[in-house]
Unconditional design. Structure first.
Length: 133
């Protein structure tokens, strides 16, 4: 397995290549290759925990499948229906991530300034979740 670090434009990225080799008639041959882009390294910033109050609530990702966001002291916690809890770490005032998981959570406000939806970005999928409570 090899890791490639590269730059494109003003950004940088890391990719992982995994080759499967087979020895046939004394020679090694590549029989399969897998490529995947590694998630970017994210850094948590310090936020006033009062900011988390506006994000607390229930967001519907799919019919009957909810993401519950709660403030626990100075931490923001997320738990999807039937899943374990994770801490959301702030990358900016509106964007959060989970350590060791390639996912980004962005809180969106409506014209009145109220948090009305959450956008999740994971594995190339973008899902908009409306705040229901």
């Amino acid at each position: 397995m090899d890791v490639f670090r590269g730059e494109f434009g003003e950004g940088s990225f890391q990719s992982r290549f995994t080759d499967t080799l087979l020895k046939s008639k004394g020679n090694w041959r590549v029989v399969a290759r897998h490529y995947s882009r590694l998630p970017p390294e994210r850094t948590a910033i310090k936020l006033d925990p009062k900011v988390y109050d506006a994000y607390s609530g229930q967001y519907e990702l799919a019919p009957g499948f909810f993401l519950n966001i709660t403030r626990a002291g100075d931490r923001l916690i997320t738990q999807a229906t039937g899943q374990p809890q994770y801490e959301l770490l702030p990358e900016s005032e509106i964007a959060f991530f989970i350590k060791d998981i390639s996912a980004l959570f962005v809180f969106m406000r409506n014209e009145q300034g109220e948090v009305s939806q959450l956008i999740t970005i994971q594995d190339g999928r973008i899902i908009s979740a409306k705040k229901t409570k």
